[in-house]
Design a protein around this ligand. Structure first.
Ligand code: ADP
Length: 360
């Protein structure tokens, strides 16, 4: 009855201010709502309970619906990406293996002088594999992966971002080793003092930095990875905490060839000669990994479109009757899928890399 009378469709935000006349004082009401929350969310939070059947101390004061959101939406139980799925980026893979994966696998060796930084920044154009690297780190280090977009913290969770951040770091610390991937981290740790910078976003930023500070000094096995397409917007405090900063550039010609082959081979569609593949790679200078994926997708529709043009019904179409994907399909696809990153932008990344990036 308390829930249905006083709550606002299950949203705790307005509960404490409920003015229903049920004869209960505010503290009792809050306690009851909290208890009801725990009871109703018990099942999905089960995995957070310790062997003693209790919720760990540090999670007890956090709102169950936020813990639930972290467990269900932000925590990825199966990131399912391996190093071998990522084309190129050898430099980044080498740095990350040494700086992150080994320490997560062997915390006993990586302490004292060898203790690793807890913050890693991946910066570069969109669609170049930053998120993939984050997932691969978690996969290779057998760590729990948490993915959150910082812009959703500032837009979707207005006024509640701080609490969600606390819940996120709380759950991560109960699921160590953990990798927290914060996409578009610039929108959270930006140096821009926008005119309307709200008190709430300032508080959110402070809370975030406090949480980072917390696991940086302890023995916790939590790594924070920030990803951004706008590194120049990060402020000094953010740079200080994200000690290793890796530039994730556009894929090289070899990496583009690898993406084409890998995607088509997975579907048993790869029949291109080396000359044709080389030619496509020449034509795709400046394409990101994500652009390449879209290009391959579009090209692989070529044989299907052609069959349908010949009057065959989609329901009668036999897979074995379809021709393989050709360079002509790629040439048509190139008209549709254009590169998404401009040369100008690349210059900005390279400049920032020279100034702040970890070059070796
Ligand atoms: P970012 O986080 O840098 O914006 P993502 O990691 O989300 O980019 O990549 C988007 C998609 O583009 C991936 O799911 C993948 O299909 C493709 N992609 C991007 N970079 C690579 C790469 N280096 N190797 C293989 N696929 C890639």
């Amino acid at each position: 009855p308390i829930r249905s009378n006083c709550s606002n469709g299950g949203h705790t935000t307005s509960r404490s201010s409920g003015k229903c006349d049920d004869g209960l004082d505010d503290t009792t009401k809050r306690w009851a709502i909290h208890t009801l929350d725990f009871l109703s969310y018990d099942f999905s939070l089960e995995m957070l309970y310790g062997p003693d059947g209790e919720l760990p101390e540090k999670l007890r004061n956090l709102e169950p619906r936020l813990l639930e959101h972290v467990s269900n939406e932000i925590m990825d139980r199966d990131p399912n990406v391996r190093w071998d799925d990522i084309a190129g980026l050898e430099h980044a893979k080498k740095c990350v293996t040494e700086m992150v994966i080994w320490p997560l696998l062997r915390p006993d060796i990586f302490k004292g002088c060898r203790s690793p930084g807890r913050g890693l920044l991946l910066f570069g154009p969109p669609g170049t594999g930053k998120t993939m690297i984050g997932k691969a780190i978690a996969g290779e280090a057998k760590a729990t992966f948490f993915y959150i977009s910082a812009s959703s913290l500032t837009s979707k969770w207005i006024g509640e971002g701080e609490k969600l951040v606390r819940a996120l770091f709380g759950v991560a610390s109960c699921r160590q080793p953990a990798v927290i991937f914060v996409d578009e981290i610039d929108s959270l740790l930006s140096q821009r003092k926008s005119e309307g910078e709200h008190e709430s976003s300032r508080r959110l930023k402070t809370q975030f930095l406090i949480e980072m500070e917390g696991f940086d000094s302890g023995n916790e096995q939590i790594l924070l990875i920030g990803a951004t397409n706008r590194p120049q917007e990060l402020d000094e405090a953010a740079r200080r905490r994200l000690t290793k900063r890796l530039y994730i550039p556009l894929p090289s010609s070899e990496a583009r060839a690898w993406i084409i082959r890998n995607l088509l081979e997975n579907d048993g569609l790869f029949k291109l000669s080396k000359e044709d593949t080389d030619c496509i790679c020449k034509l795709t200078e400046g394409y990101s990994g994500s652009d390449m994926k879209n290009l391959v997708k579009d090209a692989s529709m070529g044989p299907l479109r052609e069959a349908l043009k010949q009057g065959i019904q989609i329901t009668n179409l036999k897979k074995e009757d379809m021709r393989s994907v050709t360079i002509q399909d790629f040439e048509s696809a190139l008209q549709e899928v254009r590169p998404s990153v401009s040369l100008n932008e690349l210059g900005t990344y390279e400049e920032w890399n020279k100034q702040f990036g970890s070059l070796s």
